[in-house]
Structure formats: C-alpha cells, structure tokens
Design a protein around this ligand. Sequence first.
Ligand code: BGP
Length: 469
Amino acid sequence: MNKDKFLWGSATAAYQCEGGWDADGKGVGEWDVFSHESPLNINGATGDVACDFYHRYKEDIDMMVEGGQNTYRFSIAWTRIIPNGVGEVNQKGIDFYNRVIDYCFEKGVEPNVTLFHYDLPETIAKKDGFGNRETVDAFVEYAKVCFKAFGDRVNLWSTINEPRYYAYCTNMVGNYPPNHKVDFDRFYRVLYHEILASAKAVKAFHDMELKGKIAIVHDSSNAEIAPGTKEPQKIKMMADLFYTDLVLETSITGRIPGALIPMLRENDIDTSFIKFEDAIDFANGKIDYLGLNVYNRVYLTDYTEGETEVFHNNKGKGSKSKEGIRIKNWFETTDDANTKRNLWGREIYPKCIYNALMEIKDLYGDIPVYITENGHGMYENADVNGYVEDDERIDMMQGYIDYMLKAREDGCNVCGYYAWSTMDVYSWVNGYEKRYGFVRIDFDDPKLPRIPKKSYYWFKELIHNFYEK
Ligand code: BGP
C-alpha cells in the first residue's frame, strides 16, 4: 500500500464524548437509563455532559489537525437520528452529524463513521435489544437513514463496534446493561443477531451504490496457547470459534463457521435463533474492509475443573484480580509470568497486534484492515498547568505501533491506525477515572478545559516521521 495513503488518527464513541444527552430531540438510550438509575453504576458517572463534544466538536477536530492526525473515527448515536429506535427521524440529529462530517472535510480529516457503538435506544433495549430478532431490521432501517443522509460524502463506514465484546460484557461479564452474567444462550443470540444486522446493513449499503467502503469492527482478542497445554490445536480452534470466527469468518467470507453449530449443540447452547434463510443474507453482506480494535491477547490452556466463570476487574487501583475466563470443558486463561498487566488486570502484550494481523492475512488474504482502536488506560495526575506526562502510554503504544508496522512490512494489508482515544472520554465501567486520551479534560472544571498530554506531541511526531521517511 502506498505510504501516503496510510491514515493516522484517533477515535471516540458517541455516548462516551458527546454529552447533550437529551439535546435537540435526542431519544433516551439504554446507557442513559443505566447511568442514571442502576445501582450497578458504581461510580455514579454519566455521559450526560461527558466532553460536551456535541457543542465543542470544532475545537476537538482542530486539535486533531494540530496534532497531525488526518482521520477521525466516531460513532453516530442511534437515538439522535431515530429517537424511538424505529419510526420518526430527527432532522436535528442529522444536522449535527452533517456539521461534524463537513467540518472534518473542511479540515482535511477523513471521517470514519461507526453506526452502533454500544448505545442502544431504550425502547429497543426494553424489548430485549439484540436478543430480539426484530432489532436486526430496526438497525438496518436506522443504517439506511444514515447512508442516505451522509453516504454522498463519507468514505469509511463501520456497522457495529465490537459485536463479540458487546455480547460478552452484556451477557457474560454482566458489567454492561442489561447486566446478564454467564448467560451463554443470550451471548450467542445477541452476537448472532448483531452479525446478521451488520450483514444486512452491508447489503443495503452496497445496494445504494454509494462511493464509500463498509466494515465491521472486531475486538481482536487474539488467542495464544500457553506452552505445556495438552491439546493446543483443539484449544486454539475452540478459542477462535469463541473469540473471533463468528465475526470475522462470517463478515469476510459470507458463511458462518461450519464448526460452530456442532460445538454449541454439544454444549447444550441454544441455536434455535440460527435460521436457514439467513445464509443468503450473510452471503450478500460481505464487508469491504475490516476494523480491528486491539488491546490484548487471550492466553489460554486446558480446562481444569469448575463451572464456567468470568473474571473481570472493573475496580482498577487496589484490586489484584486479573482479567480472564474459565469455560467448562473448553479452556481457561492462564498467567504468563513474563507479561505485565495494567491496573485492571489486563495483559500488556504489544506483539498481539502482530499476531492478530498476520492471522488475518493468512486466513483472509489481502483484505484491507484498519486498526480502529488501540490505547492504554491509566490513572493520571496533571501538574499545576494541567499537563500530563504519560510516558507509560507512549512506551506501550509505541510497542503496538512498531508491531503493526512490522505486520505491514510482512505483507498484511493494514491501511490505518486510530488511537483510543482522541481526548479523555467516559469509560463504560470506570467513568472518568480511567483515562485514555491524548488530550486531558478536567471533568471537575465546568469549562472542561482541554490540554494536550505528552503523548499528543509524541503521536504528532510519529505521524510526521512516518510520512517524511
Ligand atoms: C473498547 C471500546 C471503547 C473503549 C475501550 C476502552 O472495547 O470499543 O468504547 O471504551 O474499549 O474501554 P474501557 O474504558 O472499559 O477500558
């Protein structure tokens, strides 16, 4: 790929940065209800105001440009466009995203638009969200409204952000609403409906003959098998079926993985939601490129004993729990003494980006891939001027970027990189404590001042050097 065409930028998602939660006719989202009312919202944080991107998008896009970034990934809030999830369209919501998209182009920033990044309309959530097959068509209708409104300009689209991780957090970990824990049946039903909704939206997009390209965004969770594992191949196969294949194989090849249904049936997991006729929708809904969010690998070994259990650390500082899972009769995560973990018990393992990209190249050839998220969550202290020296983030991200560029050299068709996140945003489970941004926002100050961190300047130089070399 031509170096000049490689894109460098950063990403956010609507609920996490926009604020304006009820502005200009926006409908209520599931996360609004969760953050306002749920006792499980442990830190009391909400996205009501967040970064106030809804009013300050120009300032934030200006900062991207000043930081040398030439692309910006953001999501559209379904409830701004169709406040009740289905039915009437809210022109003011369309106007807002038109302003954002137009300003991006005015400033030479390529917008990369995601249609669904976790924020379901509450009306749809109340009817079982993606657990309900009707949501598939509701999503496709919403997608068509967006294609019609913005499809004349937007070149890069994604249907759904991390369908697997969303299904996992909503049904296995239980930390995202509606907070089901270890509910395998619903996990697969939600994931399947998301993949089907994505395929049908891709087909609708292609039918409209728009100029852009469309993707799905997958959380890479690349599986690596620990030395000493008794059945490494079997575990790798099952892990890939659990973590990646339903999303990647289906979206790229147009067929759901053949081995999945027997594996689910053998384990008494409901498969009644899989309809024979869906095969046509999958076949007609192949993506043009892939978005890959990369944070960590999953390090696995043989199942030992015990019921299925998910280990997740939402607390951060002070907690020693490690992220992981044990799935009865399948596999379990294990510890690698040589790999550091962050304060949320998640591995820091830069090589996983290389492994994930090379596996995609080996399995799916030269499908274009964009790294749509990669970043490092931290607690941060600013100096008196609000400046943050986030060397830990720089070291970590440099490691991932080096491995991404190595995969590119080794033949993977990787076309761009988005850091998570453009500025500090609301974190789904840690509110405003866990920071990822290149730009600090002081959320205690009602003026929400923005101050670039050390990493912002590091990223600017990295981009400059990339194009200069
Ligand atoms: C990804 C999500 C992002 C973002 C990121 C960091 O899975 O797509 O929206 O939140 O994770 O997550 P967290 O803030 O929970 O650490």
